[in-house]
Design a protein around this ligand. Structure first.
Ligand code: NAI
Length: 306
């Protein structure tokens, strides 16, 4: 199989490394900067003997080289600077993502698309519109990352192995995300049994702010290691038809009482893309959180089209 990654920046190039070194697929890295994706691809190819895999990595500035991809990941666009919200990137990234989605679908009409560019939910919606794809074949990555951040903070607080912590964060990728604390567990033990309410609230706040915390520390750009890992898990579940249940930004058609909007919900990911959307029983507060998040995504979609 072949995975195209549009945008060979920090998220895109790290994802290329993950996909190739996990031996999931050949990778085409595309960027508008001449020479840059070609150089990265050569560098990754030279690591193959050491990492012991035989996947091809191609760098290009030309969409013709992406043809026949099973998966297209869009990471092209600007990242945040300190003090910026994800929405500050709206208009610039909208143009880039729409153009990338149209070009990519023209060469890979059967591909499944994963959008990573921020503001995530809006960009996924615009890419859905631009490609005209059925909703099971286009999605956004945010919830896997936000959940991993929540799990990390829980694991740090309790001093346990991060892999033993399971949590899910729904809603939009931003301040209005909806971490489902009551479903979070350490190997099946609810964190509500292990931590007091105030501590959980503090960890939830740190999760909401997880992206900005890294932007503030780094000053130039944002997180990319964990975002690349999160995206690679989605790629893996699709390519290997694993049917993992992951929080994914999906186009809703009535689920959770929401229509014609993209927002993070639990999805089963397999070779067809989004194979089903799970409707959890939410408390009134969680449901309200999801609706507030959806409203803000809708507003941004409108603003992006003004
Ligand atoms: P970066 O600046 O390192 O890379 C972006 C790349 O896109 C650059 O190489 C640039 O040349 C390229 N690009 C720009 N316009 C293009 C076009 N028209 N066609 C092809 N390539 C183009 O940024 P980074 O850190 O890799 O982040 C990429 C995007 O992902 C940002 O919007 C960022 O906010 C978002 N992001 C989203 C996350 C999520 O959870 N959904 C997590 C981390 C980042």
């Amino acid at each position: 199989p072949r995975v195209t990654i549009v945008g060979a920046g920090r998220v895109g190039s790290t994802l290329a490394q993950r996909v190739a070194e996990k031996n999931l697929a050949d990778v085409v890295l595309l960027d508008i900067i001449a020479g840059m994706p070609q150089g990265l691809a050569l560098d990754l190819m030279e690591a193959r003997g050491i990492e012991i895999h035989n996947r091809q990595i191609i760098g290009t500035n030309n969409y013709a080289d992406t043809s026949g991809s099973q998966i297209v990941v869009i990471t092209a666009g600007l990242p945040r600077k300190p003090g910026m919200s994800r929405d500050d990137l709206l208009k610039t990234n909208a143009k880039i993502v729409v153009e990338a989605a149209k070009n990519a679908i023209a060469h890979s009409p059967n591909a499944i698309f994963i959008v990573v560019t921020n503001p995530l939910d809006v960009m996924t919606y615009l890419a859905w519109q631009a490609t005209g794809l059925p909703r099971d074949r286009i999605m956004g990555m945010a919830g896997v990352l936000d959940s991993a951040r929540f799990e990390t903070f829980i694991a740090l607080e309790l001093g346990v192995l991060p892999a033993d912590v399971k949590a899910m964060v729904l809603g939009s990728h931003g301040d209005l995300m909806v971490p489902l604390s009551r479903y979070a567990t350490v190997n099946g033990v609810p964190i509500t049994e292990l931590l007091d309410v105030a501590t959980i609230e503090r960890l939830v706040e740190r999760t909401r702010n997880g992206g900005a915390e890294i932007v503030e520390l780094m000053q130039t750009g944002g997180a990319f290691f964990a975002p690349a890992s999160a995206t690679s898990v989605m790629v893996e579940s699709i390519l290997l038809n694993q049917s993992r249940l992951l929080p994914v930004a999906a186009y809703l058609q009535g689920e959770y009482g929401l229509k014609d909007v993209v927002i993070g919900v639990p999805c089963r990911l397999g070779c067809g893309g989004i194979e089903s959307i799970l409707e959890l029983n939410l408390t009134d507060r969680e449901r309200e959180g999801l609706h507030t998040s959806a409203q803000s995504v809708r507003k941004s979609i409108e603003r992006s089209q003004e």
